[in-house]
Design a protein around this ligand. Structure first.
Ligand SMILES: *[C@@H]1O[C@H](CO)[C@@H](O)[C@H](O)[C@H]1NC(C)=O
Ligand SMILES: *[C@@H]1O[C@H](CO)[C@@H](O)[C@H](O)[C@H]1NC(C)=O
Ligand SMILES: *[C@@H]1O[C@H](CO)[C@@H](O)[C@H](O)[C@H]1NC(C)=O
Ligand SMILES: *[C@@H]1O[C@H](CO)[C@@H](O)[C@H](O)[C@H]1NC(C)=O
Ligand SMILES: *[C@@H]1O[C@H](CO)[C@@H](O)[C@H](O)[C@H]1NC(C)=O
Ligand SMILES: *[C@@H]1O[C@H](CO)[C@@H](O)[C@H](O)[C@H]1NC(C)=O
Ligand SMILES: *[C@@H]1O[C@H](CO)[C@@H](O)[C@H](O)[C@H]1NC(C)=O
Length: 218
């Protein structure tokens, strides 16, 4: 009986010990709900990232596949800059994200729906990728800061930014933009900075810049 009691006490204390000092993944440092695994030559997402993680830093690694991030649905801030990511479909479930940094990767395509549920996203950095088309960003209704510089965008289509009513900063510099359709920036009434430098714009249709009353840098 005493032995049984001792066993019970031991097992319950050891399990509560584990839940307090939740394991930190190999090559990472952890601090409350933040996990940092920067510049560690990681070629995959570390296993055992605590499911309650709110901030995850994985920049400067060699990660290609981000599928195993899909269960980290509490994430608010995710930094994956300087990796080799091509496919970002699995990020669609991270509905709590406020900040997403994907600069310097190998993304050429943002499929329709990839960002459909990221309605809380405020900062999105997709610069230094190979993106050709920007239609699928239209769902990001809370977005304030969008960096698409240094991509391969050739045309800004009507409606591309139609629902981005909170957008304040839009970087489109260093692309291959030739044409801007007339209503492209129509609803961006909060826009303060629009950078279109280092493109090949020969045609700006009438009315492309109407309604941009807050714009101060172009
Ligand atoms: C977006 O959320 C809806 C409702 O929660 C869900 O049915 C849908 O599968 C989600 N889409 C993606 C791409 O995850
Ligand atoms: C990925 O992008 C880098 C530049 O950011 C480039 O040097 C590399 O060749 C690309 N890799 C592939 C497989 O496209
Ligand atoms: C950019 O797009 C053009 C076609 O519009 C394509 O030929 C070229 O390979 C693309 N470059 C990159 C780096 O993706
Ligand atoms: C992208 O633009 C934002 C401002 O909108 C800036 O803070 C960030 O540094 C830029 N990213 C890169 C890689 O230059
Ligand atoms: C716009 O982008 C160019 C690089 O293409 C940069 O030199 C310039 O400082 C940017 N302007 C603003 C207002 O951010
Ligand atoms: C300016 O914005 C308003 C409201 O978003 C819209 O009804 C109007 O058509 C826009 N003006 C132009 C010239 O597109
Ligand atoms: C810029 O566009 C013109 C035609 O509008 C074309 O002749 C030229 O080759 C383009 N330059 C670059 C760097 O794409």
């Amino acid at each position: 009986m005493v032995l049984l009691l001792l066993l019970l006490m031991f097992s319950s204390s050891s399990s509560s010990f584990q839940s307090v000092t939740a394991e930190c993944p190999d090559k990472c440092t952890c601090e409350e709900e933040k996990v940092y695994c920067i510049d560690q030559e990681l070629d995959r997402i570390p296993t055992h990232i605590p499911p309650a993680t709110k901030k995850l830093e994985l920049s400067h690694n060699e990660i290609r596949d981000v599928k195993s991030l899909a269960h980290l649905t509490e994430l608010q801030s995710l930094n994956l800059n300087r990796n080799y990511i091509r496919d970002i479909e699995s990020l669609a479930r991270l509905t709590e994200l406020h900040v997403l940094n994907l600069n310097n990767n190998n993304i050429s395509e943002v499929k329709n729906g990839a960002f459909a549920n990221l309605s809380k996203l405020q900062i999105l950095d997709l610069s230094y990728n190979e993106i050709r088309d920007i239609e699928s960003l239209a769902h990001l209704t809370d977005l304030e800061d969008l960096n698409l510089s240094n991509n391969n965008i050739s045309k800004v289509k009507n409606g591309a930014f139609a629902n981005l009513l909170e957008l304040q900063i839009l970087f489109l510099d260093s692309n291959k933009i030739r044409e801007i359709e007339p209503k492209s920036f129509n609803h961006l009434t909060e826009l303060e900075i629009l950078n279109l430098s280092n493109n090949n714009i020969s045609e700006v249709k009438n009315g492309a810049f109407t309604n941009l009353s807050k714009l101060w840098a172009l």
